[in-house]
Design a protein around this ligand. Structure first.
Ligand SMILES: [Zn+2]
Length: 472
């Protein structure tokens, strides 16, 4: 049971801190934090009573019915965008398209993509639908350090909140209920703190020290913890008793984590640590279920995987670019939006024993900007290279202390691996590890690239963010 006085105290502290300095809105999140009003809360509660049950059971619906529902939603969205949003009207007109032409999924697949840079250039006048305001906005970082801002309509925020309730129910396998609280450790708070007292959410800034966050978890006893995986890495050693203080589920989001990372953290914490794949633009895209499969959130975002060379749908099993259509937001419609990530659909959509009929993704493979490319055009996602590097340390008995690596594609057919391993001194062992890594990467790169593996004393310093896997 949570002490509401205490939680609202922390929440108020957090909000105060956000006003002072803690929350860096320039980085990510909701630049215009607007306090919830009694009327908003009333509207949210009414929406919960009216539609939560249908949202909750939507993930068990027949896939054909889901597809039909999505198509209707998309047709409405495209018509709206064409009539009310200059960016889309101009794009579609230039391509000779009219919303009346949208009769089949094939027609939908002819609509031009929208990019982050286009959104940035169009903000605000050409991208906010006529009749909508900037009452709610959200922001995320764009390419070359620029930020993309989109307006969100209140109805979308409300539906998104209800989908958050379904998320914790689904990811916890039904063990978290409406009276359980969630603790969000993030850059900015969610718009609402509860639904008429149900699903209470407490916020603390990720600017706090992990010791303070661990103390907050013990005092507030949340059933769900939602945070960045990098923050959890630092927090986990202090939270081995999380189960004893009521913890049931940990959700990580907003940064890439590997399945191995999450399984290891689950073992430390003895609760499920699962991924939420989401973005400020597309909301929830896919969620990892207790069976560790990613299911699309079919009623918040319609997802496509696109071959980066042809712009057509990728074959199941092939890695391609994530393109999403936000099915909730009418204020800044996002239709066939290039998210900048890589993923793939599994070769077969096997039924999942969690019961969800939402389509599955094989996994999230990292950013398009970070992937390497073979001379024939095959994409090598940074995620699969990270997994490979992880295996080196497990399988090759490299002394873990002080290890660092980078994998850099210096030109089309040439990849350099720099390895720092100060405690690996035996020259025979060094040579054998070098050739094993070389062989393994040759295979990953389809034997199309020269792979050089060298030992260095330290990774050369570069300006900007450290990216161990990159294309130059
Ligand atoms: Zn599942």
């Amino acid at each position: 049971m949570i002490l509401m006085g205490e939680s609202s105290l922390i929440c108020n502290m957090a909000k105060q801190a956000s006003r002072d300095r803690e929350i860096d809105y320039s980085q990510i999140g909701r630049p215009q934090y607007r306090e919830q009003t009694p009327a908003d809360l009333q509207e949210l509660l009414q929406a919960y009573l009216r539609s939560y049950q249908s949202i909750r059971y939507f993930r068990f619906r027949d896939p054909i019915a889901i597809r039909e529902w999505q198509f209707k939603k998309i047709r409405h969205l495209v018509t709206h965008a064409f009539a009310k949003v200059p960016l889309y009207r101009e794009k579609y007109a230039a391509a000779g398209l009219h919303p009346g032409d949208l009769r089949t999924w094939r027609d939908f697949e002819l609509l031009p993509f929208v990019t982050k840079d286009e959104l940035i250039a169009a903000w605000p006048n050409a991208i906010i639908a006529q009749g909508y305001t900037t009452e709610f906005t959200t922001r995320s970082s764009g390419s070359s350090g620029k930020f993309v801002t989109v307006a969100v309509d209140k109805q979308a925020v409300i539906t998104d909140t209800l989908m958050g309730c379904r998320q914790i129910e689904a990811q916890s396998g039904g063990t978290v209920s409406s009276s359980d609280s969630s603790l969000l450790i993030y850059t900015c708070p969610w718009w609402f703190t509860s639904i008429g007292g149900l699903y209470p959410t407490i916020f603390i800034s990720s600017g706090h020290q992990v010791e303070d966050a661990a103390a907050a978890v013990r005092a507030l006893r949340p059933a769900v913890l939602s945070l960045y995986p990098s923050y959890l890495q630092r927090l986990a050693p202090q939270l081995q008793d999380i189960q004893r203080v009521g913890g049931k589920l940990v959700i990580v989001h907003s940064e890439q984590s590997t399945r191995t990372d999450r399984e290891e953290l689950s073992a430390v914490l003895r609760v499920l640590v699962l991924d939420e794949y989401s973005s400020e633009e597309l909301t929830r895209i896919a969620l990892e279920c207790p069976k560790r499969r990613y299911h699309l959130e079919e009623d918040s975002c319609y997802l496509e995987i696109i071959d980066h060379q042809t712009g057509l749908s990728s074959k199941p099993g092939d890695v391609g670019e994530v393109v999403g259509t936000n099915l909730l937001n009418m204020a800044t419609p996002l239709i066939r939006y290039k998210q900048g990530d890589l993923s793939s659909f599994p070769t077969h959509q096997e039924p999942c024993s969690c019961g969800s009929s939402f389509r599955q993704l094989s996994g999230i493979e990292g950013r398009v900007a970070d992937c390497l490319v073979t001379p024939s055009g095959k994409l090598i996602p940074s995620g699969s290279l990270m997994d490979a590097a992880y295996r080196w340390f497990l399988d090759l008995s490299i002394p873990v202390h002080g290890i660092q690596y980078e994998i850099v594609q210096i030109k089309s057919g040439k990849v350099h691996v720099n390895l720092v391993s100060p405690y690996l001194r035996d020259s025979e062992q060094r040579e054998s590890i070098r050739s094993t890594i070389q062989q393994q990467l040759q295979e990953i790169f389809n034997n199309e690239c020269d792979i050089d593996v060298g030992y260095v004393d330290s990774i050369p310093a570069r300006a900007g963010k450290h990216r161990p896997i990159r294309r130059e």
